[in-house]
Design a protein around this ligand. Structure first.
Ligand SMILES: *[C@@H]1O[C@H](CO)[C@@H](O)[C@H](O)[C@H]1NC(C)=O
Ligand SMILES: *[C@@H]1O[C@H](CO)[C@@H](O)[C@H](O)[C@H]1NC(C)=O
Ligand SMILES: *[C@@H]1O[C@H](CO)[C@@H](O)[C@H](O)[C@H]1NC(C)=O
Ligand SMILES: [Ca+2]
Ligand SMILES: [Ca+2]
Length: 358
């Protein structure tokens, strides 16, 4: 029954997509007055951070093929569409119909343009009726705002933890010159303020940072927690040569206080490092429930500071795989429990950590 013990590492229960992000976007959002301009604002509502796989795992047991085929099929259809025109259009039409049935909730926002300062002001007010993406029937949504075609400049709201009707109430300002639209001043005299239905977003937006396999073991009688950083794969390349020099930092926190910090060795020039390095911590049984383990993968750089590739949060307050792995460890005292985790952007995890835990 302990299929997730160390020996099972090669075939973990879940695919290593533990925390993939599913954006829901209003895209493209083209206000009447912006037609003709290259500027398109995209509001992407993202439900991430330990995004659930738990559901996936369960479904996997029941009807894995169908689900996967459907997902794969979609992707393929899209690509074919790009190459073959007509056929693709048909596919897309069907897709649209399918998606209409799914609920993604809606978002209230405002758009205003200041011609004196050439500022486009985007207000993200609130969302409603969002789908549950995490274990426990909830989501940790935030909104990403950027413009097309240049996605570099983007803003994000704070993450609203475990909230399907989040109030963001945040404003973002883009510097853009809309000279083309001078004759349309009239429309701009009235800022846009509306609710729009969200649609399913594209997966491509998600930046893949890589996956890490971690084994956890807790011995209650000895009050000893052992964390083994086993290996990582498909890490994002952070150096010019298309590789990284990964090492892993393990931080143990208790009630916001950093208890201990450990690091693995650096593995040079690889995106699939093998570590198998263990760290032990003394944590009395009375404290273990409230402990947070933060695992960050860095690219070591000789010059300058190391780049964070991605981060994982396990333990108290975590959601999705991070919570499940911790529970599995507690449910199997004295046994190592290994699990793959998808790395999330460091800033996102840090942002989520700041939120009070309910
Ligand atoms: C544009 O911004 C400037 C400076 O922030 C302000 O003085 C001006 O009233 C704004 N114009 C409009 C139309 O909001
Ligand atoms: C949003 O923020 C404004 C000003 O910061 C405040 O007056 C308003 O009450 C807030 N709305 C909500 C729903 O929190
Ligand atoms: C990991 O390292 C330990 C010794 O530190 C070794 O006994 C064990 O076999 C290694 N595990 C794997 C899967 O290589
Ligand atoms: Ca680097
Ligand atoms: Ca490097």
């Amino acid at each position: 029954p302990h299929k997730k013990s160390l020996e099972g590492v090669e075939s973990p229960c879940c695919p290593a997509t533990a925390c993939y992000i599913r954006p829901m976007s209003i895209s493209p959002l083209v206000p009447m007055w912006a037609i003709g301009a290259i500027v398109v604002v995209v509001l992407a509502l993202v439900a991430c951070l330990g995004f659930c796989i738990w559901k996936k795992c369960i479904n996997k047991g029941k009807k894995p093929k169908k689900a996967r085929e459907r997902k794969g099929g979609r992707g393929r259809r899209k690509k074919e569409g790009a190459g073959e025109g007509e056929e693709g259009k048909e596919g897309e039409g069907k897709e649209g119909e399918e998606e209409e049935k799914e609920n993604f909730g809606k978002l209230e926002f405002t758009l205003d343009y200041n011609f004196t300062d050439n500022q486009l002001i985007v207000g993200i007010l609130q969302a409603e009726n969002l789908p549950a993406m995490d274990m426990g029937g909830t989501s940790d949504p935030y909104v990403k705002v950027y413009m097309l075609p240049d996605k570099k400049k983007k803003f994000e709201t704070k993450v609203q933890r475990k909230n399907l009707c989040p109030v963001f109430n945040e404003t973002f300002i883009f510097k853009v010159i809309l000279t083309v639209l001078r004759f349309m001043y009239v429309d701009l005299a009235q800022p846009l303020h509306e609710w729009r239905d969200l649609v399913g977003g594209e997966k491509e937006e998600v930046e893949k940072l890589g996956d890490i396999c971690i084994s956890l073991r807790y011995v209650p009688t000895a009050g000893k927690l052992t964390i083994n950083i086993m290996e990582a794969k498909h890490l994002k390349a952070m150096d010019c040569g298309g590789l990284s020099d990964p090492f892993v930092k393990v931080v143990l926190q208790h009630q916001g206080k950093r208890l201990k910090k450990k690091k693995t060795t650096v593995k040079q020039n690889t995106l699939n490092p093998y570590f198998n390095e263990s760290f032990s911590f003394e944590i009395p049984f009375g404290q273990i429930q409230k402990v947070q383990v933060l695992i960050t993968v860095y690219d070591y750089d000789k010059l300058g500071s190391n780049d964070a590739i991605g981060k994982v949060w396990i333990g108290f307050g975590a959601s999705g795989v991070g919570l499940r792995h911790w529970s599995d460890m507690l449910a199997n005292p004295r046994r190592p429990v290994a699990q793959w985790h998808a790395l999330c952007p460091e800033e996102e995890v840090d942002e989520a950590l700041k939120k009070p835990i309910r």
